[in-house]
Ligand binder design. Structure first.
Ligand code: FE2
Ligand code: FE2
Length: 168
């Protein structure tokens, strides 16, 4: 694909992916405001934007999606970088500005990303001893484990009912 078009496809993908989440937030707001018809419309268009995002991602797939070993390595590096660099920086600024909710979100994300990095690292080194059948994801902070659902999330303290299971 020619360079300019490729850049535009990538930009379009980012825009559509953001629109997907923004429209779902609009739908939630419309529900709160008791306008279910508008909420439904936002959800339907969100689904359509997801279709666009997926189609555009597929057009630049060869650039963004490599073989699984490479994808694991890249995902590991990215998690390591966000948990060691970006999130600590964001956290520092949020604390300096007294933005406590953002600070808590950043500190949870920083810690959860560290766990994600460990899971990737283990997969890369092929040292998964028992076959993993399911992972459990904290819906508050994004902590992920293949062990039993903890009584309290080690990152944010959330109870077991806040965990969502992703199965094979
Ligand atoms: Fe992550
Ligand atoms: Fe959590």
């Amino acid at each position: 694909m020619k360079e300019k078009t490729r850049e535009n496809v990538y930009k379009a993908f980012i825009g559509e992916a953001k629109a997907y989440f923004r429209l779902l937030a609009y739908a939630e707001k419309a529900d709160e405001e008791k306008v279910p018809q508008v909420a439904l419309l936002f959800r339907a268009i969100a689904e359509a934007e997801r279709v666009h995002a997926t189609r555009q991602l597929n057009l630049v797939k060869d650039l963004l999606v490599k073989d699984t070993d490479t994808n694991l390595e890249k995902s590991f590096q990215r998690e390591k970088s966000v948990s060691e660099n970006e999130y600590p920086d964001f956290l520092k600024t949020a604390e300096e500005e007294g933005e406590t909710a953002a600070a808590l979100a950043f500190s949870h994300a920083r810690d959860a990303e560290g766990y994600h990095a460990k899971l990737y690292e283990r997969a890369m080194m092929n040292v998964i001893k028992d076959v993993v059948k399911a992972y459990h994801v904290c819906q508050v902070c994004g902590y992920v484990t293949d062990k039993k659902i903890p009584k309290a999330c080690p990152v944010c303290g959330a109870p077991p009912e806040k965990f969502k299971t992703v199965e094979a």
